[in-house]
Write a protein that binds this ligand. Sequence first.
Ligand SMILES: [Zn+2]
Length: 719
Amino acid sequence: MRKALLLVAGFALLSTTFSSAQSRPIRGFPDDAIAAHRQREEQFRKIPDSARLKEYMEAMAGEPHVAGQPSSKNVADYALAKFKSFGLDAKLEEFEAMMPWPIETTVELIAPEKYALRVKEPVLPEDPDSGDQTPLYNAYSGDGNVTGEVVYVNYGMPADYEKLKELGVDVKGRIVIARYGAGWRGIKPKVAYEHGAIGCLIYSDPRDDGYYAGDVYPGGPYRPEFGAQRGSVMDMPIHAGDPLTPGWGSEAGGKKNRIEDSQTILKIPVLPISYGDATPILRQLKGKVVPNEWKGALPFTYHVGPGPAQVHMNLRFEWKNRPLYNVVARIPGTTRPDEWIIFGNHHDAWVSGADDPISGASSLMETARGLAELLKTGWRPSRTIILALWDGEEWGLLGSTEWAEKHDAELKQKAAVYINTDGTGKGWLNAGGSHGLQQFMGEAAKDVMDPRTGKPIFDEARRRAVLAETEDNKKAAEADPSLRIAPLGSGSDFTPFLQHLTLSALSVGFGGESPGGVYHSAYDTIKWYQTYSDTDYSYGRTLSQLTGTLILRLADAPVLPFQYSDTADTLLRYVVELEKLAAEKKDSKVDMKPVRAAVEALKAAGQNFEKAYASVGKADSQVLLAKKELQQLNKLLLTSEQKLGNSDGLPRRDWFKHQIYAPGFYTGYGVKTMPQIREGLEEGRFTEAQGGVRTVAAAVNALAAQVSEAARTLDAAVR
Ligand SMILES: [Zn+2]
């Protein structure tokens, strides 16, 4: 019975999707413009080619190409030549940043026995690309020559130090060893330093991405014994970009702060090591046995210490400004050249970086070629399209941040949306970003097909997004037909655009079925990617189809496709969470009413906007395009996200202006929504949280006012 019903329903669904795909509305387009636009999109989506993605990857990930070194310029030059060969107008935009390069990275266990750590990832005979590596180090570690007893601090997050206190263990004057995971790596040495530690080792425990997870490379995808994870430990929750030029573009000869005054360079030495190198140290720790949840998968009992293991670390870096090469291609808009759609992915890697970032960079290049092919057919976008491959992302979003800071005034005037991708794999679509673009994102995901199932990528993305919801929100998410996009924290190049300039942003990529295990190691190679990730580049191709679809719609929609009811609904969920959190904190007195009222005002404004928007479908495109109100409307929509920013920024980190989305001060990548209120409540700074209530309410009210004005303007445009 059940089966038969399903079959009938399935058949009905099939026939409706088939006939409705052509006529289904596209946000921002009058009905009379949809058929021609869909035809162009379909033409575009046929262009991306897996064989070319493979070709780009093999050219760009064949050698290590860390930022600041000549090899990074080689990759930039290759991409530049490719853009030009497609027929695009492209150039290098050069910046520079303080980028320390390791001169010495010596670590030795000196008691109770001696062991000199290898601090090197060996070449595997099965994969010659795994050789010729970048040194193992954490960018923006401090210099330091220190000796001390060792303490095991689990993941090294704030909660772990509370546990240590219970256990009666102090890290002051000692060297901590933390395992990777549970939060961004940069938080670990920062918190260790705040607790008085003099050095920090971060190792990859096999429980998290080594043999406990599965077979290790090359027999499987996971991290081998001497594989380690490089990465930046810059204090990025304070600001991204060059540590010496917070807030302005860093160029040769330009104004710079002194290194000693930098807020984002670590004060203590920190080094990433493999579990092969961590084993002799951890094995020599005594003291209490660690709590159960602190146990890794190494074959001995884990102890907290302190000691008797003693370690000597000597880390020295050459502190030097080094060049950054962003590759920027520009397709000028015809009728609205001063409204920009920007799409970026970084090109620099820690080593070969086949997965991170070349899988994403290759996909961007194929999107670029697709757009160039459309140009050859005579198409010209209404809005300007900018395609960028950023340098220095791995160090702290350097290339994108310096570019965004240099062009800040113009971007605030002109940038409508920034789209970001980074390393991409196989599985399902992950989408995050500004909630004003949620409906737009969902629509596009219905028109791009999963290469395995042939069904819209929307379906699995939505199913997974519901699964990822908190228990409180799951039921409602299931009942909600939309694809709920995630709020963005940090960890890729959207941060300077979204959180510093407060521009609308989207971040997309495929994953979920690609194993971890070689992240930021010498084993993130072409061979690894072609064996264990998106082996036939079919999802890379799908990502090009998706980003191209997003760009074509954003570039040509007469009305920019923002929608504010989704923003209001999402903000209301944050309000409910924070009301609950405030109620749990007995003496907080934080009163969320002003924020709730502002969100209600935004909801009402958003509904008015939707009422006016209902006439867009029936509007005559040519008539609409000639209306002077349309120009004003798009300007209001383009600058709407900026209303959620505040020029004072967040407490203790004024570079972060967005009042709704920020990376957590103590999570690093993980998002904190309405951060001033949420972190104030979580960390017991209630006055600050109450101050956050005022700034968030003011920001949301300002957005509501702008949306109301947009509704009136739209009404006039379609009348
Ligand atoms: Zn990346």
